[in-house]
Design a protein around this ligand. Structure first.
Ligand code: FES
Length: 632
């Protein structure tokens, strides 16, 4: 693709403007090295362009750890740090291209009691005459009281504007949509029984929308997409900093997500053969940062101590005020936040799993860029969040990538020979069954497997250090750093080996240590030393191997039979709030009852965190893994 950009725009700006997907893990800060591109030099007759490195001005010097000196000489640069001041031809290497993320957010089968916030009521009015000249709205009000016992209803202004025509269109027969038995938010001519609502889970990386029938509760269509905000930073802190520092940053982040939701609504509606304007209710979950940006609220305070959100309580706002193109009078219900770092998505998980109605001690882990944990039962509930960093999503890992085609997602290592078998997304076969499976990198679930399998095969020890005595060509030391080859160059589409290096193992240890430490501090606070159940929430939780997660010590010991994935529970929570108004009240009530534990101020945080860095833990026993872990 080609195009014109303003003098001084970065190559990343140009890529965004032209719609070329580049990996931007750090959001353009020049620290992740994932946006690496190559400036081609010379005259390109095809484009009639003289391309030269002289047309690029670096914002800041590229550290060698991101692009080696040799590569820099060859013309490799960071797209986010290169300003264009002349004609250039840019080559985007395979590993810098943004793959289409596999969005794994199917709705799970849950029985949801129906009591929607918006209901449809059909009435037949007596036509107005000279002897009975009552206004259309008052006539409608009176009939709704008489037939459906709905009193004191108000009417939304744009709905009032279409009332006269609608009433007369089908001979004074009309269906009204009433929100919370308070307000008429839409009117339709004739008898209409079906009502549609959209439940949305806005994740840091992916967004999923579930179009539901409000009368039957059925999920009619599911639509998902990458969160378009990813282009402005993959993790929340990068987005907060973009919102705060970039010109119109908040506005841009807000607009892309609104545009994304309008697309989701349109596509889901089209699948069902209805119009987007027939969607009469919407419920949304997302973490606090997403919640704020979605509502156009400045997220700056979320990034500053004491990390308070603008609002804890749920919010009902007119969809049109946010720019959402569903029924003109419809509301969007945004679920409440628990704390600065525990948002409406966690509340979604809470009302879907209802640990507050159970006797068993349950640990719910929502794994993502930010790990969120809930621990407790009907007596008491604690929650916390820990910065796991993006390691589990494939970032900060030398050959890490998101879950898209070609990503290694499953790994087995023979403890004797140290030979590796792996599978990539988009292919059911093992690498050993084909000539070249075309691996591109390792995604989150592959990273869990890599760490667990390398530990079990004795390639790394409990402390995460490489065993220097390994006798396999897969082990080597490069630039003073030990690494283990998972995929050989001939098994990849990127032309070089895919390895797991010492730094990768450290990143995994930091991420898993943060999760374990969070669980442990909460367990100590509740005075318990045993978990009855562990629930892995989040779409990612469904794809990781639970034994790998247990072996690396993502959570304290628990019977593997009682560890299970529940899929996208946050999305299920949004669906429940959409379909049952009581769940909205429950969410507001329970969100305030959960006690938030700020890990960093816990007196034993440092010691707990250090102990949790060990595979699976420095001190804790794992009776349920005894047969697997010879060292314990
Ligand atoms: Fe350019 Fe991270 S270094 S996006």
């Amino acid at each position: 693709m080609r195009g014109k950009v303003k003098d001084g725009a970065t190559i990343l700006d140009a890529a965004r403007a032209l719609g070329a997907g580049l990996e931007t893990v750090c959001g353009g800060k020049g620290t992740c090295g994932k946006c690496k591109i190559k400036i081609e030099e010379g005259y390109f007759a095809k484009y009639r362009v003289n391309s030269s490195l002289a047309s690029i001005k670096a914002i800041k010097a590229t550290p060698e750890k991101l692009i080696s000196k040799t590569q820099q000489k060859q013309g490799y640069r960071l797209a986010c740090q290169s300003r264009i001041c002349g004609d250039v031809v840019v080559f985007v290497p395979e590993e810098s291209r943004k793959g289409q993320q596999v969005v794994r957010k199917e709705a799970t089968a849950r029985k949801i009691k129906l009591n929607p916030a918006v209901r449809k009521y059909y009435v037949e009015l007596t036509p107005a005459t000279l002897h009975d000249p009552l206004g259309d709205f008052e006539r409608l009000q009176a009939e709704l009281v008489k037939k459906h016992q709905l009193s004191n209803l108000t009417i939304d202004y744009p709905v009032l504007l279409k009332l006269q025509n609608t009433v007369r269109k089908e001979n004074w027969k009309i269906t009204v949509c009433v929100w919370k038995q308070k307000e008429i938010i839409d009117v339709e001519a004739g008898k209409r029984t079906e009502g549609y609502g959209l439940a949305v889970d806005i994740g840091t990386t992916t967004v999923a929308g579930y179009l539901c029938n409000l009368t039957t509760g059925e999920v009619l269509a599911t639509e998902a997409m990458m969160n378009p905000q990813v282009a402005y930073g993959e993790d929340l802190m990068s987005r907060i900093s973009y919102a705060v520092k970039a010109k119109d940053g908040l506005k841009k982040l807000n607009q892309v997500i609104i545009k994304g939701l309008n697309e989701i609504a349109a596509k889901a509606a089209a699948k069902e053969g209805i119009k987007r304007a027939e969607i009469i209710d919407m419920a949304v979950v997302g973490n606090t940062c997403i919640h704020h940006v979605f509502l156009g609220i400045d997220p700056a305070q979320l990034g500053r101590s004491p990390f308070v959100p603008a609002i804890h309580h749920s919010v009902d706002v007119k969809a049109r005020d946010l720019g959402l193109k569903i029924a003109a009078g419809a509301y969007v219900h945004v679920l409440p936040n628990e704390a600065g770092f525990v948002g409406a998505d966690n509340v979604g998980v809470l009302i879907a799993e209802e640990p507050y109605n159970q006797d068993e001690m349950v640990l719910i882990i929502d794994i993502g860029t930010n790990g969120e944990l809930i621990l407790g039962n009907r007596k008491k509930l604690l929650s916390t969040s820990c910065a796991t960093g993006p390691a589990f999503e494939g970032a900060e890992i030398r050959h890490g990538m998101r879950a898209s085609a070609g990503a290694i997602e499953k790994i087995k290592i023979d403890p004797e020979t140290k030979e590796v078998q792996f599978k990539v997304i988009g292919d059911d076969r093992w690498n050993t069954e084909v000539k070249n499976i075309g691996a591109k990198g390792i995604c989150g679930s592959g990273i869990f497997d890599a760490a667990a399998q390398m530990f079990l095969a004795g390639i790394i020890d409990k402390s995460g250090r490489f065993n220097k005595k390994l006798d396999t060509p897969r082990y080597r030391v490069k630039d003073n750093e030990p690494e283990f080859v998972i995929a050989k160059a001939r098994e990849t589409s990127i032309g070089h080996d895919i390895v797991v290096c010492q730094k990768d193992i450290r990143a995994i240890q930091l991420a898993k240590g943060a999760m374990y430490c969070g669980a442990k501090i909460m367990m100590n606070k509740l005075g318990i030393d045993r978990l009855d159940r562990v629930i892995l929430a989040g779409a990612f939780g469904s794809y990781i191997d639970k034994m790998s997660a247990a072996v690396i010590g993502l959570f304290p010991d628990c019977d593997p039979e009682r560890v299970y994935a529940v899929g996208n529970a946050a999305g299920d929570g949004a669906r429940m709030a959409l379909l049952n108004i009581d769940k909205r009240d429950e969410a507001d009530l329970r969100a305030r009852q959960v006690e938030y534990v700020e890990l960093t101020v816990a007196p034993d945080f440092n010691s707990q965190f250090t102990k949790a860095l060990t595979f699976p833990h420095a001190e804790d026993k794992f009776p349920h893994l005894k047969h697997l872990l010879p060292e314990l």
